[in-house]
Design a protein around this ligand. Structure first.
Ligand SMILES: Cc1ncc(COP(=O)(O)O)c(C=O)c1O
Length: 381
């Protein structure tokens, strides 16, 4: 059997997703006792104690299937966000919501507009379902909403719009987003991925839920509890959209895809406003520390509306990534995102960030020296 040809023609075209390297793997590879992961935009402050307690209390019930539609969690979200429970679908992380949505909406003749530099899962899902990906170009490192609008055709079914965007970390100003959304014909779905919206400042928060409730029912807003709520390991995300679309998604959603642990932890995490605020304040404090260090180093970066920063190292980002691992630090090289000199660094605790800069400064010297050496050798012929 040739397994490659067993896969459908869409799956054959998908590039494998490259996740952040696990800590244990780097420890083993480099014989290190301590490794800091700044690669997957997790919450470096952990998770809410209330959520952890809720998980502990559930251990006697794990032999039972979870509620298939996460009713308590949806109820909690409904109160918090002032949306009807019928407008909410829950998934195994935002990734799970994206998969369920993709299975529901993608047909073979359909086109999906996706910015060139964004979260890679959108195009994988569209391709797996054998839809057509239409790539929209970037305006520098920002999403170009005019270019998206120009690419709309009779076959466009949806637009994937990550705001704030990953891997760039920037968000478009709220008024620009409003203008853009107003111009999208209302039969086209706009999937707004707001995984990082809790980290964005007010001017960059388009209040998409309010827009949806005020009549823009072609919006589908995706959020996650993996970031500011620190629940990346339990897998919990949700989508908000038109009730009919939600009930169609629920036809294909695996009935028990969201564990009882995730549902319980989610309710508890949403109730712990103190932890959410703490994460936000600390993240903003550390962002300022990053900016001042980067300024001192004379490097450029994208002002971040998230818990990570995209930095232009000016040298080969893969070499920076590899050398940082030797110092026990895992980051993401931009090469995978089509940005050969950039690195994406998740903000850590202050102690971790200090260690990052100590290592980063040394690594830049090493990489620059080896570049100079290669150039000298090349010029010798
Ligand atoms: C933009 C974006 N969307 C979705 C996700 C997936 O989140 P989850 O952990 O809820 O699956 C991520 C994770 O990094 C992300 O960056």
């Amino acid at each position: 059997m040739n397994a490659h040809y067993i896969a459908n023609s869409g799956v054959q075209k998908i590039k494998p997703y490259v996740p952040g390297k696990p800590i244990e793997e780097v420890k083993q590879e480099f014989g290190l006792d301590k490794v800091i992961k700044m690669a997957s935009n997790e919450n470096c402050y952990g998770a809410s104690e209330t959520a952890k307690q809720a998980i502990r209390e559930l251990t006697e019930q794990i032999h039972l299937y979870p509620h298939s539609l996460s009713s308590d969690f949806r109820e909690k979200l409904s109160q918090l966000l002032q949306v009807d429970t019928e407008m909410i679908t829950v998934g195994n992380g935002a990734d799970g919501v994206l998969h369920n949505l993709g299975m529901t909406i993608v047909d073979q003749e359909d086109e999906f507009i996706i910015p060139e530099t964004t979260f890679p899962l959108y195009s994988s899902i569209v391709r797996a379902m054998r839809g057509t990906v239409v790539t929209s170009r970037m305006d520098g490192l920002s999403i170009d909403t005019d270019d998206i609008l120009e690419r709309i055709t009779d076959r466009t079914k949806a637009i994937f719009f990550c705001n704030p965007n990953n891997p760039t970390g920037d968000a478009l100003p709220a008024d620009r987003v409003h203008e853009f959304l107003k111009q999208v014909p209302d039969h086209i779905l706009v999937v707004i991925d707001e995984a990082y919206i809790d980290f964005a400042d007010r001017e960059s928060t388009p209040e998409s839920i309010r827009l949806f409730l005020s009549g823009m029912n072609n919006l589908f807003i995706i959020r996650t509890l993996s970031k500011i709520y620190g629940l990346a390991g339990v897998r919990l995300g949700y989508g908000i959209g038109d009730t009919e679309l939600i009930s169609l998604i629920n036809r294909v959603k695996p009935p028990f895809d969201v564990s009882s642990i995730a549902q319980k932890a989610g309710v508890a995490a949403l109730s712990d406003e103190q932890f959410r605020r703490y994460t936000l304040e600390k993240t903003n404090e550390e962002k300022r520390y990053f900016y001042s260090e980067l300024t001192e180093m004379g490097l450029t970066w994208v002002p971040s509306q998230t818990n990570f920063i995209l930095i232009d190292t000016g040298v080969d980002s893969k070499a920076v990534f590899e050398n940082l691992q030797k110092h026990g630090i895992i980051i993401r090289p931009g090469k995978n995102f089509g940005l050969p000199t950039h690195i994406r660094v998740t903000l850590g605790t202050h102690e971790e960030n200090v260690q990052f800069f100590e290592a980063f400064k040394k690594v830049l010297v090493t990489v620059t020296k080896s570049n100079d050496y290669i150039k000298a050798m090349d010029s010798k012929g």
